[in-house]
Design a binder for this molecule. Structure first.
Ligand code: IVH
Length: 668
């Protein structure tokens, strides 16, 4: 066959296959049999193999293309992917409505209500009609490039009829049926099952090999537009309709509601209908429909003011409280934990719930062998709500906190004004282990390969009992331990060695000074710059720092007065640990930069700088870079092909620079 002829056939096969795919996966209305579909697909594969020059990345044969990779690339979101504020009851919804109406100065608002799909947020970018990049939300600013995994979702079109660059957003999820099937397979293979469909979806999309994602039958509903320079629609509902017209799968249950009373009706109707769905939802998202209203309302630091997520009330279930276990934390607090007969709540199996302290146990009159009601607070943390007193048989036993530490046997004390019981023995083994685990943890010294288990092992083998011992570990000794090969020992020792160079705030946080969290540790390091300055500072010096309160200052003074603390710090210094702050110096931070306190928006293509670089530089000079133009914007940087943001900025009389002007200002 000639190539020109082949090209014709390839194109018509692709068109047909895309259509069948859309009918099957988006409309759920197949018009051909699986057999016919497979035949056409085979024919296309054959032609593409014979004429490799005809291959394109958006061909329907390329859904499971791509080789396994080592790690995901980072993707900067042009428009940040924010989260939503929460409403838990009618009152919260009415407050939201009041804020919206007052913010806009209008009487009644049209809202769009949508199901809140319990999956993970992703963004899909199309250039010249071709799906070119898919990313996770990440921290909202920077996500991960999971394009190849997203391509395996059959309801995502690889090609759309829209030539502008457009970025659409939605929720990827695993339908309940696929989830059950996947877990059955996992269990049959002796693998650990996923806790819920959301974890299964996230786990599948974070596979480095797209062939695994392809087997997981994921799906997606699109619900928003991120960047779309040439977009001219004026309402969210029109956008949803348009997304559907472009061939995207949108959730059919969305409704326009006039006023908050209709929203409440919609919400209530779904409390009942929720169990009938074939996928999990965890609430209802309520959005102001008109886009110019959305724009006028703007955003808080974390979320839009024009939308809110109503969360369904936490599911409550009944189980049995089998026993109460005690654990000793880093600061010596002894915490009782309920051991429960395993029970499923809000998607995961729960078998433990913290009881916090003895007062709470008395207040709820919780006894061993009681039947109890459990829920997950915020749908995450298991909690004993109450005892089902009617179920008592007389075999229940009241629980009393011991007077001695369950780990070291020393007497427990109740400090003034506290409900907790504490072990105040500084060499209590449980506290030391917890303290070490905290020291190596991610926000503290961030020593890879030293999890709780390894710490426990090192501790029990008497290789460590205080922080400084970590830096004296011996390779030969480590090799004698269970599950410790040459490679893991080398990695571990290298990670410990590398931690010596950490900036001061990590060490400060790692030491575990009471009330000094990671943020306060940074503030202290930034202000005092060296460990020596910190140790020599007085109570007055500490409280003079903004953000350091009296309670924290007192605790720091007391900490540095301790003889063992002084010895520990001296020893760490001798062992070669860095005792200085390495971040940007307070004194060096610009005060009179042209960007100080300014809100800047970047739009269009930058030729020389890349967008991330530009953003970082502006922020380093005290500016704030945001994604959308509003009255609060001070400056717009317009690159090539800038679109609606430029028009908007012109309308609002906002200062506009080109890239050249930006570069000059940055150089200054
Ligand atoms: S709109 C700027 N609509 O809920 C707000 N989000 O807490 C953009 N979600 O991160 C979100 N279904 O992962 C929106 N119909 C829906 C949604 C939805 C699920 C998730 C999404 C988002 C989180 C917000």
């Amino acid at each position: 066959m000639e190539e020109a002829k082949a090209k014709q056939i390839v194109e018509s096969l692709r068109e047909e296959l895309n259509k069948y795919n859309y009918e099957y996966y988006v409309l759920d209305k197949p018009s051909v049999s699986d057999y016919e579909y497979d035949q056409k697909m085979q024919e296309l594969i054959k032609l593409e193999t014979e004429f490799p020059s005809l291959m394109t990345p958006d061909s329907p044969t390329q859904r499971v293309g791509g080789e396994p990779i080592d790690a995901f690339k980072k993707v900067q979101h042009d428009v940040p992917m924010l989260s939503l504020g929460n409403a838990f009851n009618e009152e919260d919804l009415k407050d939201f409505d009041r804020r919206v109406r007052e913010g806009l100065g209008v009487d009644s608002i049209t809202y769009v209500c949508e199901l809140k799909i319990d999956g993970l947020a992703v963004s899909l970018r199309y250039e010249k009609g071709v799906f070119v990049q898919g990313a996770t939300r990440g921290d909202g600013q920077i996500g991960e490039d999971i394009t190849n995994n997203l391509k395996t979702i059959r309801s995502i079109p690889l090609r759309i009829d829209q030539s502008d660059t457009i970025e659409v957003r939605g929720e990827a999820f695993m339908p309940q049926r696929s989830f059950v099937k996947l877990n059955e397979e996992k269990e049959a293979n002796g693998e650990e099952a996923f806790a819920n469909p959301r974890n299964a979806a996230a786990g599948s999309l974070r596979q480095l090999d797209p062939k695994i994602a392809a087997k997981r039958s994921l799906d997606i509903f699109l619900y928003a537009v991120g960047r779309w320079e040439a977009g001219s629609l004026t309402s969210h509902s029109d956008r949803l309709t348009y997304l559907q017209k472009l061939g995207f799968k949108t959730n059919p249950e969305w409704r326009k509601c006039n006023g908050i009373e209709e929203v409440i009706e919609y919400v209530n109707s779904w409390v009942e209908k929720r169990p009938n769905l074939s996928y999990d939802i965890d609430g209802i998202v309520v959005k102001v429909d008109q886009l110019d209203y959305q724009e006028a309302l703007g955003f808080t630091a974390k979320s839009p003011r024009w939308a809110i997520a109503y969360k369904f009330p936490a599911e409550e279930v009944i189980t049995k409280l089998l026993d109460i276990e005690l654990s000793v934390g880093r600061t010596g607090v002894v915490t009782p934990t309920a051991l429960l007969e395993p029970v499923k709540v809000a998607g995961t199996t729960v078998q433990r719930a913290s009881l916090h302290n003895e007062d709470l146990i008395r207040e709820k009159d919780i006894r061993i062998n009681d039947t109890v009601v459990i829920k997950k607070a915020g749908d995450i943390i298991p909690e004993v709500v109450r005892v089902v007193v009617e179920n008592r048989t007389g075999k229940e036993e009241p629980f009393y906190m011991p007077s001695e530490c369950p780990a070291c046997g020393s007497e427990l004390v109740r400090l003034e004004g506290e409900v907790a019981l504490r072990c105040i023995n500084p060499s209590c083994s449980a506290q030391l282990k917890e303290g070490l685990t905290h020291y190596v943890s991610r926000n503290a010294m961030n020593i890879d390969g030293l999890g709780e288990k390894v710490i426990e092992q090192l501790f029990d083998e008497k290789l460590i009992d205080k922080i400084s011992d970590l830096y004296k570990l011996d390779k030969e000794e480590l090799l004698k331990l269970d599950r410790m090969g040459e490679k893991s020992v080398d990695n571990l020792l290298a990670a410990i060695e590398a931690s010596k160079d950490n900036s001061l705030e990590r060490l400060l946080f790692g030491l575990g000074i009471r009330y000094v969290g990671s943020k306060a540790a940074r503030t202290l390091a930034e202000n005092f710059e060296t460990m020596e300055n910190l140790i020599n500072a007085s109570y007055e010096d500490y409280v003079a720092v903004n953000e350091i309160g009296e309670k924290m200052a007192e605790s720091i003074v007391r900490y540095f007065e301790e003889e063992p603390v002084k010895e520990l710090i001296a020893e760490l210094e001798t062992l070669g640990l860095n005792m200085e702050y390495k971040g940007p110096r307070k004194a060096d931070q610009p005060t009179d930069s042209i960007f100080m306190g300014k809100t800047v928006v970047l739009t269009g293509k930058l030729e020389v700088l890349n967008r991330q670089e530009a953003k970082e530089k502006i922020e380093a000079l005290g500016g704030k870079v945001t994604g959308s133009v509003s009255k609060k914007t001070d400056l717009l940087i317009a690159g090539e092909e800038a679109g609606s943001k430029l028009t908007k900025a012109q309308e609002l009389n906002i200062e506009i620079w080109n890239e050249q002007q930006l570069r000059e200002a940055l150089e200054e």
